[in-house]
Design a protein around this ligand. Sequence first.
Ligand SMILES: Nc1ncnc2c1ncn2[C@@H]1O[C@H](COP(=O)(O)OP(=O)(O)OP(=O)(O)O)[C@@H](O)[C@H]1O
Length: 639
Amino acid sequence: MSETAQRETHGFQTEVGKLLHLVTHSLYSNKEIFLRELVSNAADAADKLRFKALSDNDLYENDGELRVRISADKDAGTLTISDNGIGMTRDQVIEHLGTIAKSGTSEFFNQLSGDESKDSQLIGQFGVGFYSAFIVADRVTVRSRAAGFGADAGVQWESAGEGDFTVEDINKTDRGTDIILHLRDEEKEFLDDWRLRQIVNKYSDHISIAVEMWKEEVPEQDGPDGEKIAAVPASWDKVNTAKALWTREKSDISDDEYGEFYRHISHDFEAPMTWSHNRVEGTHDYTSLLFIPKRAPFDMWNRESKHGLKLYVQRVFIMDDAEQFMPTYLRFVKGVLDSNDLPLNVSRELLQDSKVTDAMRKACTKRVLQMLEKLAKKDADKYQEFWKEFGNVLKEGPAEDAANKEKIAGLLRFASTENDTAEQTVALADYIERMKEGQDKIYYVVADSFNSAKSSPHLEVFRKKGVEVLLMSERVDEWLISHLNEFDGKQLVSVTRGALDLGDLEDDADKEAQKALEESSEGLVERIKTSLGEAVKEVRVTHRLTNSPACIVVDEHDMSSQMVKLMKAAGQPVPEQKFILEVNPEHDLVKQMDALQAEDTFAEWSQLLLDQATLAEQGTLDDPASFVARVNKLLLNQG
Ligand SMILES: Nc1ncnc2c1ncn2[C@@H]1O[C@H](COP(=O)(O)OP(=O)(O)OP(=O)(O)O)[C@@H](O)[C@H]1O
């Protein structure tokens, strides 16, 4: 086949075009990372070949020493990163170097603001990979030949990073991929041997294959005592440690090395928040290295997004995103698992029902929870940063992982009436420590927004007595709380549900007064009940209000109004909801109402009371126009 057969020009996918624009305009402050990204890809290509060769050893073509080589040509102004990994076919080149395969990519690009410094942060979370070549190059040539194909199956890809690229068939005898960067004039520093070695040491030391650079011959020399020191011939020289990082002793690995390794496996630009590295021997034999990122990935809430650990068996890479080892509520965890128990030919299906998988999943889950506990204990500020990014994911935990419910509950943070701010900083343990004498329950309210939780009339009696209430207003909170009934032996109780039981928080005098009020208000309650009829489940004298005239309460076993809203939003059928109306006979408005003679006016007032209470609780009414009309009518009557 001729050298330039089948030359075609293709346009980049729109998102690639946007990414390239950002890469060349925003990533200037840290140009050298392009080498890390390309070496990282080369190492991945070696991993993939090793995995495929497990079932087809011929793929090695008698060249099983996998490595990446970096060479600079000062005359041509080019830097070449060359690997003997899996390589790419023509179709793969077009697909992998012309499109972005990640789910949620177009949503991600829609989020970008146009502010280059902000966007460069986001782009770091997204990962630029191969396209980072264009930070320093104004033209990139890729020559590749996939393992298992003949030399004539080579392909050359070329682009100036502006809108399109060309592909053509070439002859390439050696397997793998060469990335040739035609450096911009101002980036010629990346041709310097010392500079390149420094970058490899900084970013790629942990890469498990050898990263080699050409070392010129060292001529024969005279030693200090006149003896001859033999010449060292020119050769490829290994510049990194080339040992899988997780197989090394913890004490020999620096934080920077862990950080770089994390960047390699996660494609994150930032350092991790914390990590845990463990070798386990005994019934099961494996090593895990688990990282908590600093920032949530752009696609954390995308259902199809990939997550999970990188799985190795006896140091051989098996698969990315092995989600079997992490529960969904810990989907933000990145890391590596290297098992000595699983067979090398393990597949996703085999992992699904394997006892070894189960045991490792349990242990890894525990490790992550311990790591978070430790972080919370040692560095509360850092834990708070973690909570801001991942708290809402962790809140899925109690529903998903009953076995670790208590541990997860200990890691949760809430807003509360203690400081009345929306910041979620209160741990259940803090709450318990502050509990009043005689208090044996943890009280909470769930509402649509922080403000409506904070101003809920149901809190009045708690505020009066100085009893703390947790304020919940995230979408996931109702789901969380329906799976979390107690913590540390203390029941979690909604302040908007059922009869209020303050237990020993009330003294005998309180109880007597309440009873007396209930008795003296029997007539009033009966009258309201009659006028509201079927609109309510029950009417009773409140226990919880001090400043408001009335509130609505959900019956003990009925669905909460938040849950009803969630289910309605999800298109699920929900039963008609009726509330209990609690009235405060000591409120002036209710007193005034009690004194009304005309039954029809009294009925209007009762309806108004119910509407008000519903509005305060739910933020909406079924028939707001009638409510407004009723208010106006009653206001005019007052006049
Ligand atoms: N040296 C290489 N050898 C073989 N395939 C490669 C090589 N470099 C890139 N690829 C292919 O191109 C794809 C895209 O690479 P790119 O670096 O853009 O993304 P990535 O590595 O998948 O993820 P990220 O963008 O997060 O770094 C890779 O997934 C891989 O299939």
